[in-house]
Design a protein around this ligand. Sequence first.
Ligand code: ATP
Length: 219
Amino acid sequence: MSSKAIGILGGTFDPIHFGHLRLAEEMLELANLRQIRFIPAGIPPHRNAPQVSAQHRSAMVRLAITDQPAFVLDEREVERTVPCYTVDTLRELRAELGAAQPLCLLMGGDAFLQLHTWHEWEQLFGLAHIVVGYRPGFTLEERIHGATAELQRHYQQRLCAANALSQQPCGGVTELAIPQLEISATDIRRRVAEGRTIRYLLPDAVADYIHQHQLYIPC
Ligand code: ATP
C-alpha cells in the first residue's frame, strides 16, 4: 500500500495569515502530501472564543487558499453547534476516507509538547500520523525531555522519517524543520483595532475582506 498522505491543519484562523500558509506550503512539500485540509475550529474547547464568527473565519480561509489547488477548506467543525475535539474530527475523516488512507495531523512543536492535555490524546495515534514543525535550532528531540513520560514514550517509539508516512495510515511521528514567520493572528487583530496596516502579513483578499466587513474593530 502506498498512497500519498493527506494533511490536516486545524486552527481558529482568526484570521488566517501568511504564517499558516507558509507552514502548510512547507509541510506539503517536505512531507510529500497530496492535499492539506484547512479545518477552522467552530467552538474550540481549549481556548477563548474567536473574535469573529466561524462563517467569517471560514470565508477568509477560502479566499486565502484559492491559488493553491492542493489546499482545501473543510468546514465540518464550523457547521457544528457544540464544541468538538480533534479526535472526533479525525474519526469522521477516517470513516470517510477509509482505513488505508494515510492521514497526517499537522502541528507546531509547542502544540505537540502539550498533546497529553488533549481529549483522548492517545487515540490520535490510531487515527493519524502527527507531523510536527519545529523552528530550526529548536528541535523536539532537545525539548521532549520536558514532556510527560507517556508522551516521551510515544515520541521515541513512533519517530519516523517523512518518506515513511505514506507507507502506513497512521501511528508515526515526524519532525520537520520549518522556518517560522513572525506573524500571529493576535498581532493582526491588534493592528486592525488600532487602525494600523496589515498589508504583507496576510493575502490582500483577506485584508480586503476584513476591511469590507469591518472585522476586529472594537465597538
Ligand atoms: P492566535 O494569535 O489567535 O493565537 P495563531 O496566529 O497562532 O492565532 P491559530 O489559528 O491558533 O493561529 O494557528 C493554527 C496553527 O498554525 C497552529 O498549529 C499554530 O501553531 C500554527 N501557526 C500559527 N502562526 C504560525 C506562524 N507564524 N508560523 C507557523 N505556524 C504558525
